[in-house]
Design a protein around this ligand. Structure first.
Ligand SMILES: [Zn+2]
Ligand SMILES: [Zn+2]
Length: 194
């Protein structure tokens, strides 16, 4: 408990994906840099003691806080994760479907430009790469679509995994009752607004 307060908070990642894979829900922090994802795994997550891994979701009005931490066999290089993310369909599905257990994996996140994309790849506007004009700033050619730049991404799930069995969904009024969440909010929210 006393060591918990000294663990640095890490939020330099792209987001969190929720995927079914290996018959269980996977929680997948997305890392944009390949070197960074392997050092995060080797230096920190690899040393986590599985039964002590905690994930907390704190729901605000439109966003939620993703908070993750664990006891480590190598406390010197331990990290705790947090990120404020918009509520999404995938998040809601995970909330309903996880049953309090999940696998933790890292995901390598790569953005694809129109020139890297295959014809059928979907843009965030919902239309295919095919439907975007290669000659003129990527604009989407559908009449009723306002998309001006093709944007798509690819997530590569890394194989190594940890099992998480301590997952809780909380509201801000519960923050004081959970040491990990309280530490996160103290450092990353309350100390900054006051
Ligand atoms: Zn588009
Ligand atoms: Zn479009």
């Amino acid at each position: 408990m006393s060591s918990e307060s000294s663990i640095p908070w890490f939020d330099d990642f792209v987001g969190v994906a929720y995927r079914y894979y290996d018959l269980r829900m996977n929680v997948v922090p997305l890392i944009a840099d390949r070197k960074q994802s392997s050092s995060i795994w080797h230096d920190s997550i690899h040393w986590w003691v599985d039964p002590s891994i905690k994930i907390r979701f704190v729901e605000m009005e439109n966003d939620y806080w993703f908070i993750m931490g664990s006891d480590s066999q190598k406390p010197d290089t331990n990290l705790a994760f947090f990120k404020i993310l918009p509520k999404s369909e995938h998040y809601e599905r995970f909330k309903k479907g996880s049953g309090g257990e999940a696998y933790l994996r890292l995901g390598e996140y790569t953005e694809k430009s129109l020139s890297d994309a295959k014809k059928g790849d979907l843009c965030s506007c919902g239309h295919e790469a095919n439907d975007h004009d290669e000659g003129d700033d990527d604009v989407c050619l559908w009449n009723d679509c306002s998309c001006k730049v093709f944007s798509s991404f690819q997530v590569n799930l890394l194989k190594r995994k940890k099992t998480i069995t301590d997952i809780k969904f909380l509201e801000e009024k519960d923050v004081k009752d959970d040491p990990l969440v309280w530490n996160c909010f103290s450092v990353n929210k309350y100390s900054k607004t006051e």
